[in-house]
Design a protein around this ligand. Structure first.
Ligand code: JF5
Length: 245
């Protein structure tokens, strides 16, 4: 049984190309992911294959019509929930990605122009999702963000080694810095502890770096996990790092 993700878009070639690359493409080839891309214009009825029309009440831009959207979705009967990607949606995050990946599938509707007729939001989709506080020209880039974030969490898509990386974000902290060869590059050295071979010392240094980095760059994440423990303050202090910013 593979995990199914359906995407409805007026740019199926664009979405198909992106969804055939990298980890998602490998998941599809392996049969773990069943990604189905649907062209919204397939359900258009006029000879121009129109999916949009002028807004009632006037104003700039065009609105996606309910008929092609309802018909496209109903013809496919995709896995639910069906999400509409928009800046007005509930904010998508790693917790949502992991939770969705623990189910059997879901679907996404990509809007273009000024958005979709409100009856689509009320009677066709199950929820509205945002990938951030900015406005895109269409939902495709947002849907690809959700596809990749969820797809890589689906059991069997990533190696076990890589899935450990994911757990560290669910710990609510940013990643520690990584280094590879050479040990010195243009006079800049790799931290000595990483060359020591002392796995315990390396693990403590990495945790201290994750904490310090999160305090500095994303204090909201520290707040969300209920601040720092006494042990974490001691760990930072032992590495000469600041607990406060
Ligand atoms: C869209 C009207 C949908 O811009 C987005 C978006 C931003 N964060 N998450 C999604 O989606 C496309 C643009 C305008 C509706």
């Amino acid at each position: 049984m593979s995990f199914r993700i359906d995407i409805f878009t007026i740019f199926p070639e664009l979405v198909e190309t992106m969804a055939s690359a990298s980890v998602i493409g490998r998941g599809r080839t392996a049969g773990t992911l069943d990604v189905r891309v649907h062209d919204l214009r397939m359900a258009a009825t006029d000879r121009h294959r129109s999916v949009d029309d002028a807004p009632f009440g006037g104003g700039a831009g065009m609105v996606m019509m309910p008929q092609p959207l309802f018909d496209a979705v109903e013809a496919v009967d995709p896995p639910r929930p069906l999400f509409y990607l928009s800046p007005a949606g509930r904010r998508f995050d790693q917790a949502m990605a992991s939770e969705l990946a623990s189910g059997t599938g879901f679907a996404m509707l990509c809007g273009r122009y000024e958005g979709v007729d409100e009856r689509v939001c009320e009677h066709l989709v199950d929820d509205e999702l945002s990938v951030g506080d900015f406005v895109l020209a269409g939902g495709e880039a947002a849907a690809l963000v959700v596809l990749e974030a969820v797809g890589r969490c689906v059991p069997g898509v990533l190696s076990n080694e890589a899935s450990a990386v994911e757990e560290s974000f669910s710990g609510g902290l940013l990643e520690y810095p990584q280094y590879t060869r050479p040990a010195e590059f243009r006079g800049w050295s790799v931290p000595e502890v990483l060359l020591s071979g002392d796995h315990g010392r390396v693990a403590r240094w990495r945790r201290a770096q994750s904490l310090a980095r999160t305090i500095e760059r994303r204090p909201d994440l520290i707040e969300a996990r209920g601040g720092l423990s006494d042990e974490e303050r001691e760990l930072l202090d032992a590495h000469g790092l600041e607990a406060e910013r």
